[in-house]
Design a protein around this ligand. Structure first.
Ligand SMILES: *Cc1c(COP(=O)(O)O)cnc(C)c1O
Length: 503
């Protein structure tokens, strides 16, 4: 072992102390600006051009993190971070990461560290149970003959989950057709996350991300269709229009194309709109298409029974994912991915060179998660999720989620009390979309820039179709979800916004 090992105990303590002090400082009046003010290149300019020849003490490393790195960070763990969706960290997750790094195993195969696979399978089953997911997603789901059909695992991101789901869907369609040159068509809504389009690009179903007539065209007549969403005045605005989906499926079939994949979103990124999973699922069944459900942000809320209504119809899905790394206190990266058709996934992704052959895999009695994902190697990510679920317990996690949803309600009420503002979409879970009433897009952007420039909070924008306008309108989003956000932070956020509203 090189010299750094000697000081590991003391340095580890110093690193943990550093994090505790950092988290604490984010909630004081001396907190740094929530959004980094670094200009391009300014951080790199402070770093030497080459790595040192000789060892440097840990003190020097930590000092540079404090002085050079922190000013270049946007503070996602700040209680005043309301941008995008949250990316939670927490002490149990950090400790799980630390142990995973130090244990340093690669769980690519069951046999390369059996606990790495078996803890993951069990923890994903815990979550499936806690979210009341359909039984078909659990690892004990099986055919009458006892062949396993379902189960969960951890992907790095929802984007990777989408690629893997689409690869499995493509394989299943080609196998059913007995040919691999059919014009396969995938479907998602115009409000779906860009990762679905990226998955179509990566798999070759699409060759462009510039839609023409709501279609991302690919080779040989294949492509991804972006189905229109329900209008701003509809009771469920910005969710996929099931009638438009049905029409597109029928028209494509009539034109000799093969629907193979439908990605529904439960909790869209722009406004947390929920696609009707029962309606989409019925169409997916009818057309033999793989249904994937992307609930990256909203899935965590399904820990609470009162937030589960949008999950109705999930039993139609072939795959489903959500991100504990967004709103469930588990450090990035951690996407919980479930499938009800394990064999299509592994048939599409399993390649076994001689150097990976082993008796356990050959026995068919173990899961090799490398066959469910893009990379070969895998970290022991289940540890952090296991630590979070055990350290907090489900009851506390539910209380945590409910509090954020309550705070979103407080913020929405404050907006409603001020005639200068209007809601841009119905508040959903812990997300509130709003804008200045009767003001143009430039005014919305000015407001956003003005409040973010204070450094006292950070929120971001999107565009959403608006009733009064033919083109989408700039909309501000306040997403609550940092682990330390309390009511006073949310009230202060509103105060900042109302102060800047007349600029
Ligand atoms: C955040 C988000 C994603 C992307 O998540 P990654 O894990 O970063 O790939 C996908 N879908 C939705 C609906 C999201 O909100």
């Amino acid at each position: 072992m090189p010299a750094p090992h000697d000081d590991f105990r003391a340095n580890a303590h110093a690193a943990i102390d550093f994090l505790i002090d950092y988290w604490h400082a984010l909630d004081t009046s001396a907190a740094p600006p929530v959004q980094s003010r670094a200009q391009p290149g300014t951080i790199a300019a402070q770093l030497p051009r080459h790595a040192p020849e000789d060892p440097e003490p840990f003190d020097a490393l930590l000092r540079d993190v404090r002085e050079t790195v922190l000013p270049g960070l946007t503070h996602w763990q700040s209680p005043n971070f309301f941008a995008y969706f949250p990316a939670n960290s927490s002490p149990p997750a950090v400790l799980g990461e630390l142990l995973a790094a130090g244990l340093g195993v690669n769980g690519m195969l069951w046999s390369t560290s059996p606990a790495c696979t078996e803890v993951e399978t069990r923890v994903l089953d815990w979550l499936a149970h806690a979210l009341d997911l359909p039984a078909r997603f659990r690892s004990d789901a099986a055919t009458n003959a006892g062949t396993p059909t379902g189960g969960g695992m951890i992907q790095g991101t929802a984007s990777e989950a989408a690629v893997v789901a689409l690869v499995a869907a493509r394989h299943r369609a080609r196998t059913r057709l007995g040919r691999d040159d059919a014009p396969l068509i995938a479907y998602t809504s115009a409000q779906a996350h860009s990762s679905i389009a990226k998955a179509a690009l990566i798999t070759g179903l699409a060759a462009t991300v510039e839609p023409k007539g709501g279609f991302l065209a690919g080779p040989h007549g294949s492509g991804l269709r972006l189905i229109p969403t329900l209008g701003p005045d509809h009771p469920t605005p910005h969710a996929i229009d099931p009638a438009a989906l049905a029409q597109a499926l029928a028209a494509d079939r009539a034109a000799g194309k093969v629907p193979c994949f439908i990605a529904a979103t439960s909790g869209t990124t722009s406004s947390c709109a929920f696609d009707d999973l029962a309606a989409v699922g019925t169409l997916a069944r009818e057309h033999d298409a793989w249904m994937h459900v992307d609930a990256a942000y909203a899935g965590s809320a399904w820990l609470c029974p009162e937030f589960r209504a949008p999950a109705r119809g999930l039993e139609h899905a072939d795959s489903f994912c959500f991100n504990p790394h967004k709103w469930l206190l588990t450090t990035f990266d951690c996407t919980a991915f479930y499938t009800a058709d394990r064999s299509s996934l592994t048939a599409a992704l399993s390649i076994t060179p001689e150097y990976l052959r082993n008796a356990a895999s050959a026995s068919g009695q173990v899961i090799d998660y490398r066959d469910w994902q893009i990379p070969l190697g895998r970290r022991f990510r289940a540890l952090k999720l296991w630590f979070v679920l055990r350290s907090y317990g489900l009851a506390h996690l539910r209380a945590y989620l409910r509090e954020h949803v309550r705070l979103a309600g407080v913020f929405a009420d404050l907006l409603a009390s001020d005639p200068r503002f209007e809601l841009a979409a119905p508040p959903a879970l812990s997300l509130v979309c709003f804008r200045l009433k009767d003001r143009d897009d430039a005014a919305q952007r000015r407001l956003l820039d003005a409040v973010n420039a204070t450094g006292r909070l950070f929120l971001t924008h999107t565009v959403l179709p608006a009733a009064s306008s033919s083109s989408p309108r700039v909309t501000l989003r306040l997403a609550i979800g940092a682990a330390t956000t309390r009511e006073d932070h949310v009230r202060r956020a509103f105060t900042e916004l109302s102060r800047a509203a007349d600029l």
